[in-house]
Design a protein around this ligand. Structure first.
Ligand SMILES: Nc1ncnc2c1ncn2[C@@H]1O[C@H](COP(=O)(O)OP(=O)(O)OP(=O)(O)O)[C@@H](O)[C@H]1O
Ligand SMILES: [Mg+2]
Length: 286
């Protein structure tokens, strides 16, 4: 009870709807001896369960620092972080590692797969740390690969997969322990336009069908357009928090994009009108 946030319970003891993520005046200072870098300077933020949020902002504005704190990879220098009502800013490294393993999935720009390990084994790895019984691990990893449409690539090594497929393996790995939050730091940064939208299709599906909370950093305004809400960071502060207008649905955009045929030649999809950018219209979040 002591580590529940004040808003988790009403005075009568009733549960209220609380945000899954709540930051209160979070600061992060990197101390490099002579120099101190104020990467986050007073960020307060609430994200409800099942939201799909894009985080934008120039290089160095604090986006990855924010994600590291949200993902319990790092702690705020000052301020509080409540995860499902629990104050995690005060937990030990071991306690944070446990939360990370069970409740949070991570996806990065570089897919971070182990090279000499099959897709299936890559996806299985977090189940080992979670103490999943050995006979369960493979089953869970296969289910997770199925979720991202890669059941038929389980035995492939990363070098035998395309960039988009590797990112899907990374997503399957992030999902294998059944987290409630997926944190993606530039998940499409290394992918071409069409493949980026394919990744958005998977994230939107997981968000809609599994109720997964998604927080995604992106530099690209047209990728942010697939989220429901967009945050903008500048100089360590959150400067904008807006609902995405005219949200794009990846499953509707994909048929309008050129696809690549077996010879690597771009061909237009069935419903293609041949107009517009490959990633859809630019963001308009105002
Ligand atoms: N481990 C670290 N030690 C010292 N300074 C750091 C560290 N990590 C980040 N910084 C600094 O903190 C600030 C915010 O960095 P951060 O990585 O959060 O930016 P970002 O918005 O993710 O940028 P990018 O879009 O380039 O990924 C930058 O000035 C950066 O140099
Ligand atoms: Mg970054």
């Amino acid at each position: 009870m002591s580590n529940l946030s004040p808003r988790a319970l009403t005075p009568s003891g009733e549960k209220t709807i609380q945000p899954t993520i709540r930051l209160e005046d979070v600061h992060k200072t990197y101390d490099l001896g002579e120099v101190k870098v104020n990467a986050l300077r007073g960020v307060s933020l609430e994200i409800r369960r099942g939201e799909f949020v894009a985080v934008m902002g120039a290089s160095g504005s604090g986006k990855s620092t924010l994600m590291n704190i949200l993902g319990c990879l790092d702690k705020p220098t000052r301020g509080r972080y409540y995860l499902d009502g629990q104050d995690v800013s005060a937990l030990t490294k071991n306690e944070l590692a446990k939360i990370r393993n069970q409740r949070i999935g991570f996806v990065f720009q570089q897919f971070n797969l182990l090279a000499r390990t099959s897709a299936l084994e890559n996806v299985e790895l977090p189940t080992i740390y979670a103490g999943v019984p050995i006979q369960e691990r493979e089953k869970r990893a296969r289910e997770s690969l199925e979720l991202v449409g890669l059941a038929d690539r389980a035995e492939h090594y990363p070098s035998q997969l395309s960039g988009g497929q590797q990112q899907r393996v990374a997503i399957a790995r992030a999902l294998v322990n059944g987290p409630s939050i997926l944190l993606a730091d530039e998940p499409t940064g290394n992918l071409d336009s069409r493949t980026s939208v394919e990744i958005m299709e998977i994230l939107q599906k997981l968000n809609k069908e599994k109720g997964l909370t998604v927080v995604m950093v992106t530099h690209e305004a047209d990728i942010a357009q697939y989220a429901q809400r967009a945050l903008e960071f500048r100089d360590g502060k959150m400067r904008r928090d807006v609902a995405v207008q005219k949200r794009l649905i990846a499953a509707e955009v994909l048929p309008t994009l050129p696809s690549v045929d077996a010879d690597g030649v771009e061909v237009l999809g069935k419903n293609a009108d041949g107009k517009g950018s490959a990633k859809g219209p630019a963001i308009s979040t105002d």
